[in-house]
Design a protein. Structure first.
Lengths: 309, 272
């Protein structure tokens, strides 16, 4: 029972991070039908920029409370990622808006490789440890252990997702986004500046990615230039699992993927009689992706990408 | 404005009625080898219901698309009030005061009727995400105003009871009304309607006619593409007739309907 609960908690925490990243994929896909493969790298950039700020602050002012230092890291990482997302959209995607679908897909992969290399040049190839600035509190819940960091990640992620649903459902920008997703042409004829809406979509997705990047590096205690690749691929799988283009789908897909991975890692040893160990957990994400694509190509919550929320 | 002398009252009134709102001069548009519009010029005066008629493929919808910034025109000039419209993007044309509906209904099908109208409010509102998330008073006030305005518009076109139904679940006639409400939400000075009566039954047509007259009375100038000749002749103050991308006549319904070239375009040329 305690192992079950432990894996449930771990899975939810991991899944909420996947969900945040998956939202970035699904929002952009919903509006442009473009898979922004550079999105995982934006997550990585968010983590590394925040870590640079946190590391510098931890050195310069060792007495500062950890939460403040973390806040400062986020306060720099979010605008940097937003700017990065906006520049990528402007330079690599907008000129190709009316090009065949494959063209922006290729530039997306290109941008992602460029970002990896830029990060490698700046921060090197080594793993960068997350400074021990956060409280290491652990709580026992029915035999399972929950850390303060896990609680913070889960609470923050849920709050952000609720805010996003509110924005998309209830606000002027959200309506413009949904209208643009249904028809870019009609939206523009009704007075929506479609380019601004698309830019706003990239900005929001990139801000979520920055937060998710910081969460991941805080959770695992490290970051490096290649972390965005696997994280991005998994989050993309989560978006497809939930039904790409659909906001709630991305949230559900992210949580499910986190749980599947966590339970997979926890029980694979028992199930295979010790033949496979928990280091095979990554396989699950892609096993699930293949299974979903075979049995339900439109994802769990369907392909009604125009609905999006 | 100073009070006019009694004797000038009538001519002043006529002058006011003849203020040009939309001026189209020499507009041409070709698609490859096909000359879809050739040097179209016309003038829509403020307060008019101006009809645009012509056989299928005459270029009526092409002209609409050119006016609303969907197509860039090859030659010519479009002005609304004093403002150049040609070369602007669709959302800028709308901002300038020209809104439209579509021949084949193009609502946001997965949004409610009310939300469709609220999208029309987009160009006339300002608030951003930050205000919405922080629930700033100014943002909340603007949102409440928008909703009240949108409700009033649904009422005006007679579908207030369907405010919270998805657009795709509305009846055909109600979808047409919703398109008009959405366009009105943008506060247009000129409303361009592309075959608003298409597919409507006689009762719906009569209601549409009432609605258009009501809009005219409220000061909206209307530009109307329509195939229903009876509706056009009864409703429009003036008409222009297009055929093969060329304007072949312009004038009051009486004059236009007697024009031999119009008769020929509609009934086919007879050998002289």
């Amino acid at each position: 029972m305690d192992i079950f609960l432990q894996q449930l908690i771990n899975g939810l925490v991991l899944g909420s991070v996947y969900a945040l990243v998956a939202l970035g994929y699904t929002m952009v896909y919903g509006i442009l039908e473009l898979i922004n493969f550079a999105h995982g790298e934006i997550t990585m950039m968010g983590a590394l920029v925040a870590l640079a700020v946190i590391g510098a602050l931890a050195l310069a002012a060792p007495g500062l409370p950890g939460v403040l230092v973390l806040g400062a890291g986020l306060a720099v990482a979010i605008p940097v990622c937003v700017a990065l997302g906006l520049v990528i959209e402007r330079v690599a995607y907008r000129p190709l808006r009316n090009a065949p679908r494959l063209a922006p897909l290729i530039t997306a992969i290109g941008v992602s490789i460029i970002l990896q290399n830029v990060a490698m040049l700046i921060w090197g190839k080594q793993y960068i440890p997350f400074p021990a600035i956060l409280p290491e509190g652990r709580h026992q819940v029915l035999g399972a252990t929950v850390s303060d960091i896990q609680i913070a990640i889960l609470v923050l992620a849920v709050l952000i997702m609720l805010a996003l649903i509110l924005v998309v459902q209830k606000t002027r920008l959200g309506r413009a986004m949904r209208a643009t997703a249904q028809s870019r042409q009609v939206a523009s004829l009704m007075g929506v500046d479609v380019n601004r809406v698309i830019a706003a979509t990239f900005a929001i997705g990139s801000a979520l990615a920055a937060v998710a990047g910081v969460m991941v590096s805080a959770y695992y205690g490290l970051a490096h230039y290649y972390m965005g690749f696997l994280l991005g691929l998994k989050a993309f799988s989560a978006a497809v699992l939930g039904g790409i283009g659909n906001l709630r789908g991305a949230m559900l897909g992210g949580l499910l993927l986190g749980l599947i991975e966590s339970f997979g890692a926890g029980y694979i040893g028992d199930l295979t009689g010790g033949f496979l160990g928990s280091n095979y957990q990554d396989v699950f994400a892609f096993f699930v992706l293949i299974a979903v694509l075979v049995f339900r190509p439109s994802g769990l919550l369907g392909a009604r990408l125009v609905e999006r929320a | 404005m100073s009070a006019p002398k009694a004797g000038n009252l009538l001519s002043d009134r006529l002058d006011a009625e003849l203020t040009p709102l939309l001026t189209v001069s020499g507009v041409s548009k070709a698609f490859g080898g096909l000359q879809a519009l050739s040097g179209i010029s016309l003038r829509v005066n403020a307060g008019e219901i101006f009809g645009l008629i012509g056989p299928n493929g005459a270029g009526k919808t092409t002209l609409f698309n050119a006016l609303t910034g969907l197509y860039t025109i090859d030659r010519g000039e479009v002005r609304l009030g004093g403002l150049r419209l040609d070369g602007r993007k669709p959302h800028q044309v709308l901002q300038a005061g020209l809104a439209r509906t579509f021949q084949n209904i193009r609502l946001f099908a997965e949004m409610t009727a009310l939300e469709n109208v609220l999208v029309g409010r987009h160009a006339r509102t300002r608030s951003g995400v930050v205000g919405a998330v922080l629930r700033l008073p100014a943002t909340r006030r603007e949102e409440a105003d928008s909703r009240a305005h949108a409700h009033a518009l649904l009422q005006r076109v007679g579908i207030a009871q369907h405010a919270h139904r998805l657009a795709r679940n509305l009846s055909y006639g109600d979808q047409r009304r919703l398109e008009i409400a959405r366009a009105l939400a943008t506060e247009p000075t000129l409303l361009a309607l592309d075959e608003p009566a298409a597919g409507m039954n006689p009762a719906e047509r009569a209601a549409l006619r009432e609605l258009l007259l009501k809009l005219q009375a409220d000061g909206v100038t209307l530009l109307l593409i329509e195939h229903d000749v009876k509706l056009v002749m009864g409703l429009c103050t003036r008409l222009a007739v297009l055929d093969y991308g060329v304007k072949i006549a312009e004038g009051t319904p009486d004059v236009v309907s007697r024009d031999p070239r119009v008769v020929a375009a509609y009934l086919g040329d007879e050998m002289p």
